[in-house]
Ligand binder design. Structure first.
Ligand SMILES: Cc1ncc(COP(=O)(O)O)c(C=O)c1O
Length: 684
C-alpha cells in the first residue's frame, strides 16, 4: 500500500507512531484531507506534531525537486524534443497538461503547496489554542492535537483482537477485503459535507467556517428547505414528536402515512401506493416479493438498472435476462424467446442517474402488451422534476392531457403513465426528504403490503419526515415553476460547458455528467475543485460507472445563481487545464467514449425532455434565472393548498398581519415565516 509505506518512513522519528496500530494508520492515511486533497488526513494532521511538522516542512521544499529528479532531465528533454513538446520554464504552470512529466511535477508542486498551507493552518491553530488555554507554548498545544498521540492512546486502550491460533482471523479478513477495494480503485472516500438550509446550495466541510458550493446533490429542487416543508415539519414535530413508534403493523401506522400514500397514488393516478423507508428498500422488497411469488417469473432487466433493482431480482431467486441499455430490439428478441403465458416483468428506469439517458417508456409498454409482461418503472430521478404535476417522465410524455386533467386522481386511459403497471419513486431526491414508494393497482399494493419483509419488519418513517415529504410532493403538484427553472438552468449549464470544450455525456435530462475517463483523475478533479475553488462535485467511479467512463456528476438546481454557474464553469475549465483532462475534441480524436465525441454518423439527435413550449420560452412565461443576492421564488398559492392538506391534523396556519399584508411568501425568509405563523388549534 503506497501511502502506508511512504508514511512508515516517518515512523522512526516519532516516539508514538511506532506504537500505533497498522489498522489505525491505514484508516488515517486512506482518508483524504477535505481541504488539501493531495494529502491524506494523517499527513495533514502530522503538520501539527512538533516532531513531524518540521520534517514535513523540509519535505515540502524537497518534493518538487524530488519529482523532477525521478525522470532524469536529459531523458525528459529528449522525449519532449521527439514529441514536439515545449515546456514553459515554470514546471507548475497551467499549460503543461500535454506532458506527463510536467503534469507530475505540477502535481508535486501542488502537494508541496498543500503541505505548506496545512502547516501554516496548523501553526495558526496552535497559536490560537495556546492563547485560549494559556499553555506555555503553541507547540505544546499543537502536540496535544497530534494524531499520533491520539492514535497511540487509542491503541493502548483498545482491546487487541487477535485471532487465536487455528481460528478464523476476522480482522485480517476485513483488511484483505478493504485492500481489494484499494487495488481496483473502487475504495470509496466520503467527503464531510454539511448542507446549510439557509444558504442553499452552500455547505460547510468538517470545519463549520469552511464553506463550499454543492454541485452534485440529489436535492434537485432545494425542497429540503422549502418554507412550507419546514413549517409543516416544525408543526408536526411539536405535536407528534420524533419516532414513528413501531412498524406499520405495531403502532407505526397513522394518518400521516395513509395521507402520504393517498397523495402519491393521486400523483400517479393509480388506485394505491405504499411507502417504504427508502426506494432502495421499495425496489428490493417489491421485486423480491413479486419474483418469488409469481410462478416461473422471468425478469427482463435493463443493463444500467440501479443496484436496488438488481438486488431485488437476485433476492427473488427468479430467472433474470439482461437487455442492452434502452435497446428495444434486444429486449424484444429476449421477450420473444419465452412462452407468452410465462409471467414476465420488465424492470427499467425513466431517467438513468449516472448518464442522464431516458428509457423508451412508451415503446417498452408496447412490447409488454405484445408479450404479456408487467412493466416496473423506477422514476426515482424523475419524480418532482418532470410532468405538469411532477409525477415523472411517464406523466411528461402526455403533458397536455395531464395538465388538462388537473389534480383529479382518476387514471387517464391510454396515457403512458396509465399503461405502466408499477411505478416506484423516492422522497429523498427532488422531494428533499427521505423514503420511497410504489404505486399500482389496489391488489398489487395489498399483496406487497402483506408479504414483503422489507415493508413489514421495520420501523415506519417518523411522522415529521412523512409530513415534510407530503408537503413537498403536494407543493410540487401545485407549482411547476421550480422544474421549469431547473430545465432552463440545465440547458444553460450544458451550453456553457460546450462553449469551453468540456465533455458532457449527452442526454435529454437534468443530469450533467462531465466525462473524465480515469478513476484517479476523476478523484483528483473532485479534490482539486474542493480545495482550490470551494466547489463540491463528487467523482463517480467504477463500479457505479464502467471503467474508463469515470466522471464528475454535476447537478444544477433552480436555486443556483448565474454567477455560481459561471464560477463552476471557470473552475471546471481550470481543473481540466491543471490536471490535463481530455476535452471534447480529444475524445473526438480518439473516436469517442461514453457517447462523448462520437463520429458524426453515430450521433443520434437528442431532444430535451422539457421542450421550449413547456418551459414557457415561446410565450414569454419562462421563469427568470436567479442572480446573486436574489431570493428564490416560493409560490404562495401552492403554499396555501399545501397547508390546507394538514388542517385536520395540525390546525390552520394564520399568518401574522405583517406577512399577510407584505410580500408574497416566496420573498420571506423560511424561518421568519415559520416563526411568524400562528397555529390555531383545531380538533384533529
Ligand atoms: C435509480 C434509483 N433507484 C432507486 C434508488 C434508491 O432510492 P433511495 O435513495 O430512496 O433509496 C436510487 C438511489 O440513488 C436510484 O438511483
Amino acid at each position: 500500500m503506497d501511502r502506508l509505506s511512504s508514511l512508515s518512513r516517518f515512523k522512526g522519528m516519532c516516539p508514538y507512531l511506532g506504537r500505533t496500530k497498522q489498522s489505525t494508520l491505514r484508516s488515517l492515511c486512506t482518508a483524504t484531507s477535505p481541504k488539501y486533497p493531495t494529502l491524506n488526513k494523517l499527513t495533514e494532521k502530522a503538520t501539527q506534531c512538533p516532531v513531524l511538522g518540521p520534517v514535513l516542512s523540509v519535505r515540502s521544499k524537497q518534493v518538487v525537486a524530488g519529482y523532477a529528479s525521478l525522470a532524469g532531465t536529459a531523458d525528459v528533454k529528449k522525449i519532449h524534443e521527439q514529441k514536439g513538446v515545449h515546456l514553459p520554464d515554470n514546471a507548475a504552470s497551467a499549460d503543461i497538461s500535454m506532458c506527463p512529466h510536467a503534469s507530475a511535477a505540477a502535481r508535486a508542486a501542488r502537494m508541496a503547496e498543500d503541505l505548506a498551507a496545512a502547516k501554516r493552518k496548523a501553526a495558526a491553530k496552535a497559536a490560537h489554542a495556546g492563547q485560549a488555554k494559556g499553555d506555555a507554548t503553541a507547540a505544546a498545544a499543537a502536540a496535544a492535537g497530534c494524531p499520533f498521540h491520539a492514535a497511540a492512546a487509542e491503541a493502548s486502550k483498545a482491546p487487541k483482537k487477535q485471532a487465536k491460533p487455528g481460528l478464523f482471523d476476522y480482522e485480517k479478513f476485513y483488511n484483505e477485503e478493504i485492500e481489494k477495494k484499494h487495488k481496483d480503485a473502487s475504495y470509496r472516500y466520503f467527503n464531510n459535507i454539511n448542507r446549510l438550509a439557509k444558504k442553499f446550495p452552500i455547505a460547510h466541510t468538517s470545519d463549520p467556517k469552511d464553506e463550499v458550493e454543492v454541485w452534485c446533490a440529489n436535492d434537485y429542487l432545494g425542497m429540503g428547505n422549502n418554507p412550507v416543508v419546514i413549517e409543516t415539519m416544525h408543526r408536526t414535530l411539536d405535536k407528534y414528536g420524533h419516532g414513528a413508534g413501531g412498524t406499520r403493523n405495531i403502532a407505526g401506522n397513522g394518518a400521516w402515512h395513509l395521507g402520504l400514500e393517498a397523495e402519491l397514488a393521486a400523483l400517479h393516478r393509480k388506485p394505491a401506493a405504499l411507502v417504504f423507508s427508502s426506494c432502495y428498500v421499495a425496489n428490493d422488497a417489491t421485486l423480491a416479493t413479486l419474483g418469488s411469488k409469481l410462478p416461473n417469473c422471468v425478469f427482463f432487466s435493463d443493463s444500467m438498472n440501479h443496484a436496488s433493482m438488481i438486488q431485488g431480482i437476485r433476492h427473488s431467486g427468479a430467472r433474470k435476462v439482461i437487455f442492452k441499455h434502452n435497446d428495444l430490439q434486444d429486449l424484444e428478441a429476449k421477450l420473444a424467446s419465452f412462452p407468452k403465458d410465462t409471467p414476465k416483468i420488465i424492470a427499467f428506469e425513466s431517467v438513468y442517474s449516472m448518464c442522464g439517458s431516458v428509457g423508451p417508456i412508451k415503446e417498452i409498454c408496447d412490447l409488454a402488451d405484445k408479450y404479456g409482461a408487467l412493466t416496473f418503472l423506477d422514476e426515482v430521478h424523475a419524480v418532482g422534476l418532470y410532468g405538469p404535476r411532477g409525477a415523472g417522465v411517464a406523466e411528461h410524455l402526455d403533458f397536455q392531457a395531464h395538465l388538462a386533467a388537473g389534480q383529479s386522481p382518476a387514471p387517464i386511459p391510454g396515457t403512458v403513465m396509465d399503461r405502466i403497471d408499477i411505478i416506484t419513486g423516492t422522497l429523498g431526491k427532488a422531494y428533499g426528504a427521505v423514503g420511497g414508494y410504489i404505486a399500482g393497482s389496489t391488489e398489487f399494493v395489498d399483496m406487497i403490503r402483506s408479504y414483503a419483509p422489507g415493508f413489514i419488519f421495520t420501523t415506519s418513517l417518523p411522522p415529521v419526515t412523512v409530513a415534510g415529504a407530503h408537503a413537498s410532493v403536494r407543493y410540487q403538484m401545485e407549482w411547476m415553476g421550480d422544474r421549469k427553472l431547473l430545465g432552463l438552468n440545465v440547458r444553460a449549464l450544458k451550453k456553457r460547458f460546450a462553449e469551453r470544450d468540456i465533455p458532457v455525456v449527452p442526454g435529454p435530462s437534468h443530469i450533467t455528467p462531465v466525462l473524465v475517463g480515469d478513476a484517479a483523475l476523476a478523484k483528483d478533479a473532485s479534490d482539486y475543485l474542493l480545495a482550490k475553488h470551494d466547489i463540491y462535485v463528487q467523482a463517480i467511479n467504477y463500479p457505479t460507472v464502467a471503467r474508463g467512463e469515470e466522471r464528475l456528476r454535476v447537478t444544477i438546481t433552480p436555486r443556483h445563481t448565474q454567477e455560481q454557474m459561471e464560477k463552476l464553469v471557470d473552475a471546471v475549465d481550470d481543473t481540466f487545464n491543471t490536471l490535463g483532462i481530455k476535452r471534447l475534441q480529444d475524445w473526438k480524436a480518439l473516436g469517442g467514449r461514453a457517447g462523448v465525441g462520437l463520429p458524426d454518423d453515430q450521433v443520434k439527435p437528442i431532444k430535451d425532455i422539457w421542450n421550449d413550449e413547456q418551459l414557457g420560452l415561446l410565450d414569454g412565461s419562462a421563469p427568470k434565472q436567479l442572480r446573486a443576492g436574489e431570493k428564490h421564488y416560493v409560490d404562495q398559492r401552492a403554499v396555501m393548498v399545501t397547508r390546507s392538506r394538514f388542517e385536520k391534523l395540525l390546525g390552520k396556519v394564520e399568518e401574522a398581519p405583517k406577512l399577510r399584508a407584505g410580500a408574497p411568501l416566496g420573498l420571506v425568509d423560511a424561518r421568519a415565516t415559520a416563526a411568524a405563523a400562528t397555529v390555531v388549534a383545531a380538533a384533529a
